[in-house]
Design a protein around this ligand. Structure first.
Ligand code: NDP
Ligand code: PYC
Length: 331
């Protein structure tokens, strides 16, 4: 694979320029450029620049409104809804997250329901935002049918990511962020692009046969991670991200989507919890004892640690050269 070096500022500038050139206003373009450049900084390769062609397709087809202005509604003091009015999710998050943080600090628990958004990014930015402010964060979103519920060969669930972050004063937070599919579709597509096989058990081809060929899985169906256990978590994500927000389930998103290759309209549920309010004074030392015990075990690392380590490198990143060429063609 041929790569080209790009600095983090250059990645941000390129993403912003492309979004502005394709119909975004400054607020939408900056929210996307921020999420894309932070993904590349952390090594979240399937959800950084790799997603730009999909973002552009969604803007060009008119499915996503790059000038949308999200609005906020307090349903109760602890339940906040942001309507993106058809924007990409990052701008709606930037409107809702500060309000969720305030509510969660005051009440101990808060829920932020995003509707009318198009989510094509990783979810750790939203849960890490809460953890960086002393709160626990949980976030999930649905997609379009790509994953077969356990026991079947038929796609119904999206790849339905779930992220959880726990604050650690004086340490990086613990942050996991995972597709409930055995592999994110973005990583399957990257494996196909780079000519790599994927582990058996990742998915089925169009004939319902297990295969290690990622291109065949992209045309067939992914399996949930961990069999019926992951399938139940994917179900929970559908219910929280669609049932609880009132937005589209993955199967409904497929029915209404214009199939331009960009993200469908959907919802996201973000939940905040305050350990200070719920557990009370002393929670930090109690939890830190557990964290120390866990990380002292040989071979164990905290989820999120790989990204946090990558983040310390301020140097240029190696980006797929063909991808940069494609992105430049959108200017
Ligand atoms: P991975 O399987 O790469 O990682 C899942 C989690 O496990 C990460 O938090 C990772 O931490 C952690 N982890 C990995 N290896 C270890 C280890 N050895 N010990 C401890 N923790 C470990 O993620 P996925 O491929 O499932 O998902 C990739 C991304 O795709 C996610 O960011 C997700 O949000 C995104 N996505 C977005 C969708 C959307 O609709 N917007 C849909 C599906 C996925 P670390 O990062 O530190 O390695
Ligand atoms: O990688 O599965 C994925 C994905 C779907 C939507 C955004 N990312």
């Amino acid at each position: 694979m041929s790569t080209q070096e790009l600095g983090l500022d250059a990645i941000y500038d390129l993403a912003k320029k492309v979004m502005l050139a394709n119909g975004c206003d400054v607020a939408n373009a900056e929210a996307l450029a921020d999420i894309i450049s932070r993904a590349e900084r952390d090594g979240s390769h399937s959800h950084g620049l790799f997603r730009v062609p999909g973002y552009v397709k969604a803007l060009r087809s008119g499915k996503v409104d790059g000038k949308a202005k999200p609005t906020i509604k307090h349903i109760t003091p602890a339940v906040i809804q942001v309507d993106g009015h058809g924007c990409f999710a990052p701008l709606a998050q930037s409107v809702g997250l500060p309000v969720l943080v305030e509510a969660t600090h005051q009440i101990g628990i808060g829920a932020l329901s995003l509707v009318g958004v198009h989510h094509f990014a990783a979810l750790w930015p939203e849960t890490e935002y809460l953890a960086d402010r002393g709160l626990v964060g949980i976030a999930c979103t649905a997609y379009m049918p790509a994953v077969a519920p356990a026991g079947s060969k038929e796609a119904l669930f999206g790849t339905n990511p779930l992220s959880f972050a726990w604050p650690r004063p004086d340490h990086d937070p613990v942050v996991y962020d995972m597709a409930t599919a055995s592999m994110a579709m973005g990583d399957v597509q990257i494996a196909a692009r780079d000519g790599r096989e994927v582990p058996l058990g990742t998915g089925l081809d169009e004939n319902g046969q297990l295969t290690t060929d990622p291109a065949a899985i992209a045309k067939g169906v992914l399996l949930p991670f961990g069999g019926y256990k992951g399938s139940a978590i994917a179900l929970m994500v559908e219910l929280l991200a669609a049932g609880m927000t009132g937005e589209q389930f993955s199967f409904e998103a497929r029915e209404t989507d214009n199939k331009d290759g960009g993200p469908p309209r959907g919802g996201e549920m973000i939940i905040g919890l305050s350990p200070t309010v719920v557990a009370g004074v002393g929670w930090q030392d109690h939890v830190e004892g557990f964290m120390q015990k866990m990380t002292a075990i040989d071979g164990v690392r905290m989820p999120g640690a790989r990204r946090h380590k990558n983040r310390l490198n301020k140097g240029p990143r190696q980006i797929n050269a063909a991808l940069i060429e494609t992105i430049n063609s959108f200017l």
